[in-house]
Design a protein around this ligand. Sequence first.
Ligand code: C5P
Length: 399
Amino acid sequence: MKTTFPKHILLGITGGIAAYKAAELARLLSKQGVEVRAAMTEAACHFIAPATLQALTGRPVLLDQWNDANGGMAHIDAGRAADAIVVAPATADFIAKLATGLAGDLLSTLCLARDCPLIVAPAMNRQMWASAATQRNVEQLRRDGVIVLGPVSGELACGEEGMGRMLEPEDLVREILAALGSGVLAGVRVMVTAGPTYEAIDAVRGLTNRSSGKMGYAVARAARELGAEVTLISGSTALAKPAGVQVVDVVSAGEMLNAVEQRVADADIFIGVAAVADYRPAQPQEQKIKKSEAALTLELQPTPDILARVAARPQPPFCVGFAAESENLREYAAAKRREKNLQLIAANLAQDAIGSDDNELLLLDDDGEHLLPRADKLTLARGLMQHVARLYFQGRNDK
Ligand code: C5P
């Protein structure tokens, strides 16, 4: 399996309360074998002592552009040695500096003079994050090719709840490595379907199901963490878009099929997690159907089986399906794998799976069965993607 791993990361720390988490980030990155060099702004030093970062990284911390003991050009040299610069936490003030290209201190100068990827992990109060100026600046950074990781919603240092919390250090490590294309699936294109579909009966009513999209989103995220290029075709959900994943929103099974067919020729791996409606009204009404005392009969027709169609393509991607069954899990799932011609199927009990946070997956492939024991959906998705990656490369090597 191909892996490209960053050897040197320049970790920029700016002045927010989340600065204390940069110590853990430095520790986790070092544990992965990355050489970390920290650069701190003056404000960051009010929140965490440079000595802490020096001890954790084993190297002097870059603090001042006017005080380069080596007589070199610290503002250029340190950035040049790095495979990436990661600014975590990145304050609203620092993001504004980056967006305008200001370079009044060592860290912003390093960012401006770099020739490697720049990753920022914003952390701030929710109103600062939501402000028009910050949103404009973040948008500008994205347009400039800067990778923005987070923030997420949660408890903030100011005691409020909301958007603005920095990603946790362990999540940041995964996202950083994925963003740098360091995982086993680097360069592999993965397409995932997720969520429910909604089949219109009339202008306001429809048929749908209780799928939350959590499993599909977790699978997309886990694939991204392994470095894959991920496209997520998503029915309506209330979930935040996973970082670094291209999301295509759809509503009905028909729309999901179109979105998949337009893009699937480019996919190496296809994972159908969506709970696609099996039937749709044969004649959806444009206007709202008026209520009456008489019984109403709806004629339903089957929807296209998206996964089966993808697997039946002349040059199909590696196909993975999900089977939610309420009984006879093994037999029904194995039959489904055969009928749809899938390399792998992940079977789960419908009553456990739909809409819940935890689940248990039984993976069925040519080699037999593998149980992923009860866990939260992201843990299961990571286990599933490790398994998928193994089978995918095995298949390619066998060819
Ligand atoms: O046949 P069944 O609906 O149980 O199959 C489930 C698997 O097939 C899931 O992977 C689901 O995403 C996929 N599927 C599909 N299109 C359909 C029905 C199911 O892609 N119309």
